[in-house]
Design a protein around this ligand. Sequence first.
Ligand code: 5GP
Ligand code: MN
Length: 317
Amino acid sequence: MDIYEEVKSAATIGISGHIRPDGDCVGSVMGLYLYLKKVCPDAKIQVMLEKPADVFSCIKGIDEIHTDFVSDVKNFDVFFALDAAKDRLGEAEKYFDEAEKKINIDHHISNKGCGDVNYIMPEASSTSELVYDLITDKSLLDEEIAKALYIGIIHDTGVFQYSNTSPSTLKAAAELISYGFDFPRLIDETFYEKTYLQNQILGRSLLESILFMNGRCVVSMVDKKTMNFYGANPHDLEGIVSQLRNTKGVECAIFMYQTDTLEYKVSLRSNGKVDVAKVAAFFGGGGHVRAAGATMRGTFHDIVNNLSAQIAEQLKA
Ligand code: 5GP
Ligand code: MN
């Protein structure tokens, strides 16, 4: 696929990513946006995305996002869905459905491709790495595009730590840092740095976590009352599940937070023995082998029981 070929005759272009956008989602969407603004200067280009976390305010153009999903365009000539299939676009799904040409770029193995043009590469570290690959004329990259894509890559690879990091990921990152942005600061400010509040909830989640299945699984949960008490939003809970997974002996970590009465957003992490994408898909979610998620209904205990059955089956096999 050649992005420029796909959009060159378009007068209106829309771009979106998934609900509760993470670093890769924001990075890939903004990287593509900045690139398209450059190569299609006469086109009307709009990003429809939920408001990214404050740490991403360093990305150029972030204030131009239509976070209210309101647009004067009804039928975009081209509409991009990044880092997800259309069912996770939230309010942007309607724009995708009504677009003349739908393009889906993603690296989730659970995504079968929902566009007229699909570029789904499960072996890629991140959607940001895919956007980098798809910008075939690298002379069109610049510092701001590079920064956005670099942020996306570091977030989905845990700063090049996870097994999804490949030689091509590092080659892409090597090229991107050549644009000269302050990457150590970017890594610190967008990935490692936590607010006092985030650390407090992390500490509390670790303290209240429960080991089960002979120490092979760990689970923790934050309910609505607690979130309200701390004034926390879902962004404040990112990273908790990875910390749980760091527990010695643990093969699968579960973290969930309450979204409604009898409804939880579940995050799963594994060291590779358990395919959590499979577990999540069983409950209507998706993701990758080592990182996946789903929204589940029931009490905390019901959900843990249901997940455990799926995880135990895989650990037995
Ligand atoms: P997280 O646990 O950080 O929210 O997500 C881990 C991975 O699973 C990410 O790649 C994310 O896109 C994917 N994921 C999380 N929740 C869902 C979900 O409800 N449905 C699908 N299809 N993927 C999800
Ligand atoms: Mn991603």
